[in-house]
Write a protein that binds this ligand. Sequence first.
Ligand SMILES: CC(C)(COP(=O)(O)OP(=O)(O)OC[C@H]1O[C@@H](n2cnc3c(N)ncnc32)[C@H](O)[C@@H]1OP(=O)(O)O)[C@@H](O)C(=O)NCCC(=O)NCCS
Length: 329
Amino acid sequence: MQIARVTPQEHSEFLNLVNAEIRPGRAKTNAWDDFPLILAPENLDWMLAVRDDQGRIAAGIACLIREIKTSCGNLGVAGIGSVVTRPDCQGRGFSSALQNEMLSLLRRNNVPLGVLWTDQPEIYAGRGFIAAGWEVHVDIAETDLATGLDPAAEIRNFHTGDTPAVEVLYSQHSLRTVRLPGDSELLYNMPGTTGLVLVGPNNVPLASVFCGKGADFPDYVAEWSGPDEMILLLLNRARELELAHHVLVPADSESLVNLLVDRGASWFAQPSGQWVVLDPAALKTFCNSSGTTPAAHVNDPREWLGTVDGQGNPQPGPLGIAIWGFDSV
Ligand SMILES: CC(C)(COP(=O)(O)OP(=O)(O)OC[C@H]1O[C@@H](n2cnc3c(N)ncnc32)[C@H](O)[C@@H]1OP(=O)(O)O)[C@@H](O)C(=O)NCCC(=O)NCCS
C-alpha cells in the first residue's frame, strides 16, 4: 500500500470523500464549510491518502497544526481529522496505515501532542489516543439570563467587518489556539454559523457569541468572548432567537460556568477529546522550563492534561489546555 500526500489535483476528490462519509445526515453545510482550515488548499501538505489500483483515493486523513497557549506557554498541537475510507475499501487496514503514517510524520516534525474528536475511540485507541482534559457543557434552556442592556449598547448579528475586533476579544482568553493570519476570517464567517455581537455606541463589538459551527455543535454556543455580564446578555438573545440552548466552556473559563450555575443552569464535564503524547521528552522539557512538575507517566495524556473523575468533576493536570469549539477539526 502506498501512502502519499493529497495532490492539488486530488483535493476536490478528497473533499468529496470526506463530505460523503463523515457528514451527519442533517448537515446543510459541507465538510469544508465547517472545517475550513484543516481542509483548505493551503493545508494540503497535511492531507495523506491511499490510492486504489485505478489511482482513485481509497482512504484519507488530515491534520491541522497550530500553537496553543497552555498554562506552561505556547505548544505545538496537531488536530487530526477527516479520517475516512471509501466504503468498498473498508476493513483492509487502510486507515490504520494512514494514522500510523500521520503520527510518524508528526513525530518527525517535532509536534509533541495530537488530539482528535470521535464517537468511535476504538478506531484510534491502538495508537495511544486516550480521552483527556475536560470541557464543561452548560444547559441554559431554563437559566435566568435576563439582565438590562445599557441603552447605549446594542446586540446585532456579526458582520464580516467585525472579524478583527472579535479576533482581539478571542485573544483575551488565556488558554486558546494561536490562530494564524486569515484563520479568524474563515472561522467567523463559516456558512451555517450565526454570530451575535454586543456593540457600544461606536458599533465596535465588545462581546461575541457564535452559535453552531455549521452542522457541528448544533444548538450550542461554540465560542464566546468578552466580559461575563455581556456574555449573559448575548446568550439570552441567542436563546430568544432559538439559536442555542447550550454553551461549550473549555477549561479555565469556570467563572462563566459559576455565573450560569448561580442562575439555575445545569452542567456536566467531559474529556475535551482523544489525545496522544507524541514526544514525551519534549513535553517534559517544556513543562520544566516553565517551572511546572511534569507528569509521572509521560505517555498518558491524562497525566498531563488532567481528566474528568468518576463523580464527573474535572481533575486538572500540570498542563492546562483549552480547545475552543471553533478550533476543533
Ligand atoms: C472509520 C474508518 C475510517 C475506518 O477505516 P478502515 O480503513 O476500514 O479501518 P482499518 O481497517 O484500517 O481499521 C482501523 C482501526 O479501526 C478499527 N475499526 C475499524 N472499523 C471498526 C468498527 N466498525 N468498530 C470498531 N473498530 C473498528 C480496526 O480494528 C483498526 O484498529 P487497529 O488499527 O487498532 O487494529 C471507516 O470505517 C470510515 O470511513 N467510516 C466512516 C467515516 C468515519 O466515521 N470516520 C471516522 C470519523 S472520527
